[in-house]
Design a protein around this ligand. Sequence first.
Ligand code: GTP
Length: 367
Amino acid sequence: MKGVVLVGGEGTRLRPLTLHLPKPVVPIVNRPFLERMVRWMSGYGVREIILALGYLPDKIRERLGDGGALGVNLAYSVEEAPLGTAGAVKHAAGYLTDTCFVFNGDILTDLDLAAMLAAHRRAQAVVSIALTPVDDPTQYGVVEFDAEGRVQRFVEKPRPDEVRSHYINAGTYLIEPAVLERVPAGQYWMFERQLFPELVAAGERVFAFPTDAYWIDIGTPEKYRQVHADLLAGRLGDHLGNPHGDGLWAGDGCQIDPSATLIGPVALGDRVRIGPGAVVSGPTVIGADSVIGANAHVAESILWERVQVGEGAIVSECIIANDCRVECQAYRAILGARVVVEPGNRLDRGIRVWPERVIPRDTLRFG
Ligand code: GTP
């Protein structure tokens, strides 16, 4: 079966992490996000996968190639300018001949795709939309549906007194390719705001597939950290590395000094080194070839690859991209690739440091 994954967004909310690396391949517990998604899809027989993209396409291609290593066939549909969610699928229409899945490429979920397909067929729907419940729908696109599951209305950010459904669009769809005839070629067009409401207005069979499956949009720093906490808590039963007991997973060739303290859940990539007296507490992920210096503290943080945390440095609730060197105290900071922060600095309050910046000794202090 075929699936189109929408991966053309610029991931602005995750900057600076996404300035050099598109959101679909940012690491989630040491593996590119899309790799996890592809494994989930292929587990349901969705093995002909079309990636619809435009932003940094080569960075995605060089990591995933033709999909052979993941047991799927990957094709790339590249937009010169972003065409929106429906426009992007229209652009890929040449690949689509039958019912197909469409996925937002920044959602981690364990949704049962087989059950969704069965419901789609039963309902003889032209479009099925997976929905997830939220406590407060006033910030989302809400979908109202009747007792049979047939979609009645889409309401964008309803006022509290307007709320008639707590279900929001979960970013997984099944579509019959014929509906794409309503999407103008080469134009920016959205499923949520244009095609789907238009189909409902025309009396077409658009169905809801409400589910309480695990569901999270990885697109903000808070959610990105939440995904890690959830995976390390075993929420999705993922393979996180070689288990070492007590909530510790480690890749190959790690060197942990016997005087270091690790308090799980902690996942280490390959060849991570942790120096004497260092303390690492979870939920924390440390990427391959990273080095945690003597007496350094790392807590509740996500470090990508080749990150160096200097002797005695503190890193807490941070997200740190590849090849950074941190020799200071960093709390709730987000560092782009290759940033260097020299000693005598204190980062705090969600500060975001753009790639390749060097913060010299004794420059930054908060409060
Ligand atoms: P932000 O800039 O942080 O909002 O991120 P985003 O644009 O990457 O994500 P958003 O939540 O707006 O979009 C949801 C999904 O659709 C993401 O996986 C995007 O990659 C994808 N997407 C959004 N717009 C386009 C587009 O014009 N073309 C394609 N191919 N994909 C898109």
